[in-house]
Design a protein around this ligand. Structure first.
Ligand SMILES: NC(=O)c1ccc[n+]([C@@H]2O[C@H](COP(=O)([O-])OP(=O)(O)OC[C@H]3O[C@@H](n4cnc5c(N)ncnc54)[C@H](OP(=O)(O)O)[C@@H]3O)[C@@H](O)[C@H]2O)c1
Length: 298
């Protein structure tokens, strides 16, 4: 199949591209830069110029393709609500291109959307409340709209996706520990974050696309929940700074906009995903990647 990949220059998208090529697919990568175009050509992919702000460019990329994996997202967190709405419009534009066909569209969300019962792992079949307060719920709301219009759309919910260079929000936590000279966690630090290695994640996107099961939701989870205290301690060892417990009030000052997330308990299961896709993550785990990271060079 010829697959249109948005976000193909990003951390996860750039790992999905070789995964698709290796499996015999062709890739049309979305980029807004010459450097992105050159990287696609070097990888053996084709180039599609466009942006999230230009729905027509998304529609035309999809229209030339047999399937879409949507990983682009504007991570300017100072404009988070607007960027989530931009994602809603992007998903609707991609869906519009596939209306009336069976071509698969795979979109990206977060495992937190399935955390509906405190303390229980998020599962794939948990749907977010229609009035979910998190702005990123827009991505799954758009998916539901597109599904209702007859598009073969499925969702990959991501945990903290890692290798030895990047680890999702943990990368922000590392930067704060470096800047402030302490590696902090909140309370007893027993709250948990799920995780998966980026190579396992890329394989899951490919399997989800190939399965083309409309309305499916997959959790790309290899580790159900890693305690924040363990994460803070491995970062502390790497940076040679102390791991320190903070109260909720102190955490707001230390972590800023990410504080609520750092104190949240967000375990997630992938039992259904593993069964439905035959996906079996092989790691390495996030603590191992954080142990191997080069902390000397920010
Ligand atoms: N990494 C994680 O642990 C994690 C966890 C949960 C959810 N997610 C979600 O997974 C997806 C991929 O994340 P990632 O970590 O790979 O992100 P990333 O490394 O920041 O890459 C983002 C991608 O989106 C593209 N992009 C950004 N703004 C754009 C715009 N206005 N128009 C067109 N393209 C634009 C970027 O292109 P440029 O190269 O041109 O900037 C890049 O290819 C996102 O939806 C993200 O929110 C990631």
């Amino acid at each position: 199949m010829r697959i249109f990949v948005t976000g193909a220059t990003g951390f996860i998208g750039s790992t999905i591209v070789p995964e698709l090529l290796k499996a015999g697919h062709r890739v049309l990568g979305l980029t807004r830069s010459e450097a992105g175009a050159q990287s696609f050509i070097a990888a053996g992919a084709e180039v599609h110029r466009g942006t999230l702000e230009d729905p027509e460019s998304l529609r035309s990329g999809a229209a030339q393709s047999d399937g879409v994996i949507h990983c682009a997202f504007d991570h300017d967190f100072s404009n988070f609500v607007a960027n989530c709405e931009k994602d809603r419009r992007a998903i609707e534009a991609l869906g519009a291109a596939f209306a009336g066909s069976d071509r698969p569209l795979v979109i990206t969300s977060g495992t937190g959307m399935g955390n509906t019962v405190p303390g229980q792992p998020a599962i794939e079949d948990n749907l977010p409340d229609p009035n979910h307060p998190h702005p990123r719920a827009a991505s799954e709301q758009a998916t539901a709209t597109v599904l209702q219009s007859g598009v073969n759309v499925s969702v990959v919910r991501l945990p903290q996706v890692h290798n030895t260079v990047k680890q999702g929000f943990v990368t922000h936590v590392v930067a704060l520990a470096r800047e402030k000279g302490i590696s902090a966690y909140v309370g007893d630090g027993f709250n948990r974050w799920p995780a998966a290695h980026v190579l396992d994640t890329a394989r899951l996107y490919r399997l989800a696309l190939e399965k083309r099961e409309a309305g499916s939701i997959y959790n790309a989870v290899a580790e159900e929940g890693i305690r924040m205290r363990d994460i803070a301690e491995v970062i502390g060892r790497g940076l040679k700074v102390p791991a320190v417990a903070l109260s909720l009030e102190e955490a707001a000052g230390h972590f800023g906009w990410i504080a609520a997330f750092v104190s949240a308990d967000l375990p997630a299961s992938s039992a259904l995903t593993q069964k439905r896709l035959g996906w079996h993550p092989t790691g390495p785990g996030m603590i191992a990647d954080l142990e191997q990271m080069r902390y000397a060079t920010p």
